[in-house]
Design a protein around this ligand. Sequence first.
Ligand SMILES: [Zn+2]
Length: 294
Amino acid sequence: MKRIALIILIAILFSACQTGKKKELEKNTITVSILPQKYFVEQIAGTQFPINVMLPPGSSPDDYEPTAKQVQELNNSLFYFYVGHLGFEKSWMKKFNEAVKDVNYISCSNGIDLLRGDEHDHQHGEEEVHKHGTDPHIWMSPENVKTISRTIANALSRQYPDKAAEFEANLRTFISRIDMLDNSIRTELNDTTHNSFMIFHPALGYYARDYHLEQYSIEYEGKSPSTAHMKKMVDLARERNITTIFIQTQFETAKAEAIANEIGAEIVVVDPLAEDWLAEMYSLTKKMKTALGD
Ligand SMILES: [Zn+2]
């Protein structure tokens, strides 16, 4: 029902777009997919643009559906900086592209060395195929966030050439703060005892790659784990001396808790979708250092 209403709305917006040439001049909203991207845009442009965040706080990026108001906001947007491979983007970007045409759709995955991720795709017919998708969590890497911020700054500078110097200066300041963060992470994780960590939803693949860590995910191929996978994780946790299991509150926690009970591990909450990205990265690193044994 909700979906039908949205399709009708998209149709209305579509016809509105065709006649709304004048409206283009008033557009100044920037749409992003997740809260950390709002933070990135604000580092570069301050708060001069209204920002429409598609994924509301606390919801899961996989089963989310945009509200009518958000689609309206998208229609008022100059840009949509999307992440690139998030679950909900996969199902919605094509519809957005078709319904709201005069928006600059820019993928924040441009120029990033992408990791393969765990994904399970069912194909209709007799065959069931296992397909490896792309790990969407690009923003959990300081190095990647420099690239993302560059993408955003370039797009905004093209649109507002008179503000290009301001955006460029802000970008440089942000990049130097990211470099400080990166140095701090390297120092903090330099002399840890272990390098393996366990997490319910595998949001730290890029972080693990940057800092030479090994991520083990309880969630398996994007699904809640089977008993067999749970057992494998318990064995693996014992073998690798894992004493902490990271969880994110947007996802179910019961199975992570079951494994934690079984091996006597501590549950620690991290929040990759936090708006204050920089603070979250420092906080995550402190928790990681403790988990890996300092
Ligand atoms: Zn995720």
